[in-house]
Design a protein around this ligand. Structure first.
Ligand code: ZN
Length: 49
């Protein structure tokens, strides 16, 4: 069981995102093409884990 939360603001509203190669983060749900590097992004403060 994972208890992932933001180390910055301690929100547990973390979403997965990935780098498009242009320095822009997109939610995986909307950008499901390909399988690049994925990140966990805090949806509260935008901190990238
Ligand atoms: Zn945060």
């Amino acid at each position: 069981m994972k208890a992932e939360k933001c180390p910055k603001c301690e929100s547990n509203e973390l979403g997965k995102g990935k780098h498009s190669g242009y320095g822009v983060m997109f939610p995986v749900d909307k950008m499901s093409l390909g399988s690049d590097i994925e990140y966990l992004i805090c949806t509260s403060c935008g901190f990238i884990n």
